[in-house]
Each structure stands twice: as C-alpha cells, then as structure tokens.
Ligand binder design. Structure first.
Ligand code: 5GP
Length: 188
C-alpha cells in the first residue's frame, strides 16, 4: 500500500487537534508528524511530543539548511514541518497526518500534489471565538490575533477538495475517518 500524506488544515480554534486525536484512536496506523515551532510551550506540552520547540535562531538555521517541507508565520510565531519527520515515517510506509495552518497546507499542495488535503470548517464563524476563549490557553490579545488570522483562513475553504464541518465531534470524526479509510484502500 502506498503511504499517504494527509494534510488537515483550517482556522485556529476550529478543533483540528481534538478531531485528529479522535481520528488517530480510530485509525491507529496513522502517525502524526511533530511540527517545529518558536512559540513557547503551553502548560503540559512536551518538547519532541507536542512540538519541537525551537529558538528563532535555530528555526532560521533550519530554514536556511532546507530542513522544512513547509513553514509559515502564524500569530507572531513560526511553525514548520521538518522534512526528517515526514520522510522517516513515509519511508517506513506509514500514512502520516500533518496538522498545519493554511499557508503551510498550500506549500505542501505544491510540493506533494498527491497529498490528501482536508479543510476543517466551523459550523459558524462565531464558534471560533467561543472555542478559543473556552480553551483558555491564550490571553485576550492573542485570541484576537488568532481570530484575525482565522477570518482570512475561512476564505481559503474553497481551495480544498475535502471540507469537514466540525458541527458535532462524533459526526465530524465519522466523516474524517471514512475519508481517510477511502484514501488508504489500495487502488485495485
Ligand atoms: P498552536 O499554537 O495553537 O499550537 O498552532 C497554531 C496554528 O499553527 C494551528 O493552526 C496549527 O495547526 C498550526 N501549525 C502547527 N504546526 C504547524 C506546522 O508545522 N506548519 C504550519 N504551517 N502550521 C502549523
């Protein structure tokens, strides 16, 4: 079976992380690529597990060395997918999930047109603010910065071949799981 790369994108606060955790439980052969970021760890986040936490200088060095498949600035911090993360998994034949924002998804689309791109949309734009505030991981200024970015990201929805509306978690996970399983079936 050919290894596949699944790009799951959508605005911050739409619930990508929660959906992906549920997806990984249902489809255990999927592996999540651990991104690099310059943002500080949130309480409970572990280096090398949730992210590779890098200084700005180290991030720049790795950009210069061509170590990223894609990278983007997002709400005052930098995020990127390390080539090593992806190649190790794809090389071992594992299907890989990338949880990334829209600019990064566009770069992966260019570099790997065979990747499967899924946009997670909120049932209504107001749902994002509620979720970001309820999550409580960001101060109000950061929430506003993220919402500003999210408004632009919502307009990117039509660029994506697959859109899953995160209206109810279990229903959205069902839809995402079905989509992933369809793509994992080897072509006859
Ligand atoms: P957070 O700071 O909430 O963990 O992530 C902020 C945004 O960055 C989210 O939309 C998340 O999906 C995105 N993100 C996480 N890792 C990457 C990455 O490797 N590349 C890109 N382009 N975006 C990422």
């Amino acid at each position: 079976m050919a290894a596949r790369v699944f790009v799951i994108t959508g605005p911050s606060g739409v619930g990508k992380g929660t959906l992906i955790r549920a997806l990984l439980e249902r489809v255990p052969e999927l592996e999540l690529s651990v991104s690099a970021t310059t943002r500080p760890p949130r309480p409970g986040e572990r280096d090398g597990v949730d992210y590779h936490f890098l200084s700005d200088a180290e991030f720049d060095r790795r950009v210069g060395a061509g170590e990223f498949v894609e990278h983007a600035d997002y709400a005052r911090h930098r995020y990127g997918t390390l080539r090593s993360e992806l190649e190790r998994r794809v090389g071992a034949g594992a299907p890989v999930v990338l949880e990334i924002e829209v600019q990064g998804a566009r770069q992966v689309r260019e570099a790997m047109p065979e990747s499967v791109q899924v946009f997670i949309a909120p049932p209504a734009p107001e749902a994002l603010r509620e979720r970001l505030l309820k999550r409580g991981t960001d101060d109000p200024a950061t929430v506003e910065a993220r919402l500003e970015v999210a408004r632009g990201e919502l307009r990117a929805r039509d660029e994506f071949p697959h859109v899953v509306v995160n209206d109810r978690l279990d229903r959205a996970v069902d839809e995402l799981e079905a989509l992933v399983r369809r793509e994992l079936v080897p072509a006859a």
